[in-house]
Write a protein that binds this ligand. Structure first.
Ligand SMILES: Nc1ncnc2c1ncn2[C@@H]1O[C@H](COP(=O)(O)OP(=O)(O)OP(=O)(O)O)[C@@H](O)[C@H]1O
Ligand SMILES: [Mg+2]
Length: 445
């Protein structure tokens, strides 16, 4: 009798172990329960079963071939799946779709590919060190292996500054790698503009999407925007979520696709609107079951083993366990070598002219615009003056200017001119007085 069968009988669950598969990170025991067995009886005792089996993590997968329940146990030694191997497999060659990306391998080691163009966008989350950046690199490299630089361009946003620096200055880039939040917001805006331009082209050419347009007119490139850590971006600029929403809803037909990643899958970052627009999601090991629920709408990602171990939720709601393939920065550099070239910046850098200086004041971040002292002083005095004083001041300046002009023409009369200016400035009071008197006189008649 299999050890698992024996342990399960302690919990009133009867059935038979049908088989076992060993993958690079975990082994899966397929257990077929007797008809009428409630899966709740097993899932509610998962921690006790793990203890009795003598394993640290145990995940139960209730969608398994042949009506079985999968008991997934971490291996003692983890094997790394090299991306190069995955990309040379038959599955890679046969991968269908416009933008096939390598998700990694299944529990039995079979490579898994999915078409980003159909997803049409992907949301990635996981705790720090769980394998998100390696995963994003694997997606990008699998696309680069498949598409030429004139067919595909990337927009890469990397607030951490180290993850995507290897992609700078290469033909596949739509613009240089972005590391600044303000630039990132501008880049997303640029993508919205590009999307609208593309829709105008579709209208003119009587086509509906990039595939039809390329068949008829040709030469429209796919654009994939990859954001490694979008939480700061969303929290620092309220317009970012709106831009992501617009792109996620409309950009698919225009050949623009988003891959967003975050280590902070909280509800203020992975909002309802973002989730609604990203049906395809990938969760690497999360810090808690709550994080797993936020990203996948179910727990389970907290029991993954890390090192690229992930749960992939397909657009149709199917959940599968996948182990991400690994590629090092040196490996990426090697692949990108033939595509090195200088990329011209496309952002206007408007915000840079303002020279935003961030000062830490009493623990709070305060943003100040650097301005010339005299301008600040004039602005301050101007705000302090009343409306009538402002009028008088402007009048004086105006008359001084006329005076200076006329004075320069007739040198000897300049003294008289300044006298007349003084008269004019004091005159208004007398005028008001006379008018009132006149009015009163009229009334008497
Ligand atoms: N698929 C994989 N196969 C083998 N090892 C991996 C894999 N993915 C990640 N690792 C290991 O885990 C380490 C951390 O991975 P990675 O940098 O991708 O984590 P991360 O989720 O991006 O973390 P952070 O949120 O801190 O940026 C890698 O340096 C590598 O050693
Ligand atoms: Mg990372």
């Amino acid at each position: 009798m299999h050890q698992l069968e024996q342990i399960l009988t302690h919990y009133g669950v009867e059935g038979k172990v049908e088989g076992e598969g060993v993958g690079p990170l975990i082994r899966q025991i397929r257990f077929k329960p007797k008809p009428g067995t409630k899966i709740k009886n097993i899932t509610s005792s998962v921690e006790d079963i793990a203890r009795e089996l003598g394993v640290k993590t145990l995940r139960i997968s209730n969608v398994c071939e042949g009506g079985c329940i999968g008991f997934e146990i971490a291996n003692d030694v983890f094997k790394t799946v090299p991306l190069e191997e995955v990309l040379e497999s038959d599955e890679a060659k046969n991968a269908k779709g416009a933008l096939p990306i390598s998700l990694g391998v299944k529990i039995d080691g079979t490579p898994v590919f999915a078409d980003l163009a159909k997803m049409p966008h992907l949301l990635v989350a996981g705790a720090t060190g769980s394998g998100k950046s390696v995963g994003l690199n694997a997606f990008v490299i699998s696309l680069i292996k498949r598409k030429k630089p004139n067919e595909l361009k990337f927009v890469m946003i990397d607030p951490k500054r180290i993850e995507f620096s290897v992609y700078n200055d290469q033909k596949y880039m739509y613009m240089p790698v972005i590391t600044d939040n303000a630039d990132a917001s501008e880049a997303l805006q640029l993508l919205v503009v590009e999307m609208n331009k593309r829709y105008e082209l579709f209208e003119k050419s009587m086509t509906k999407n990039i595939e039809e347009y390329n068949e008829k007119e040709g030469n429209m490139q796919y654009i994939v925007a990859v954001v490694d850590e979008f939480s700061d971006l969303v929290l620092s600029d309220k317009t970012v979520e709106k831009k992501i929403q617009i792109l996620a809803q409309k950009a698919r037909a225009a050949g623009i696709h988003l891959i967003l990643s975050t280590q902070r899958p909280s509800v203020d970052v992975v909002t309802g609107s973002i989730k609604a627009n990203f049906p395809s999601r990938m969760a690497f090991k999360t810090a808690s079951g709550i994080d797993s629920k936020t990203i996948l709408d179910t727990t389970g990602a907290e029991d993954l083993v890390g090192r690229g171990d992930a749960l992939f939720l397909a657009g149709n709601g199917e959940l599968s366990r996948i182990h991400g393939a690994y590629i090092s920065t040196e490996g990426i550099d090697e692949i990108l070598k033939p595509y090195r070239c200088k990329i011209a910046p496309v952002l206007k850098k408007k915000h840079e002219s303002d020279q935003i200086v961030v000062e830490k004041e009493k623990g709070k971040k305060v943003e100040k615009k650097k301005e010339f002292f005299l301008i600040r002083w004039i602005k301050g005095v101007w705000g302090w003056l009343s409306k009538t004083e402002k009028k008088k001041f402007l009048k004086m300046i105006w008359l001084l200017l006329i005076g200076a002009f006329v004075g320069s023409k007739t040198k000897d009369k300049s003294g008289q001119i300044f006298d007349s200016i003084a008269d004019t400035l004091t005159k208004p009071k007398r005028r008001t007085y006379t008018t009132t008197r006149k009015k009163t006189t009229r009334r008497r008649y």
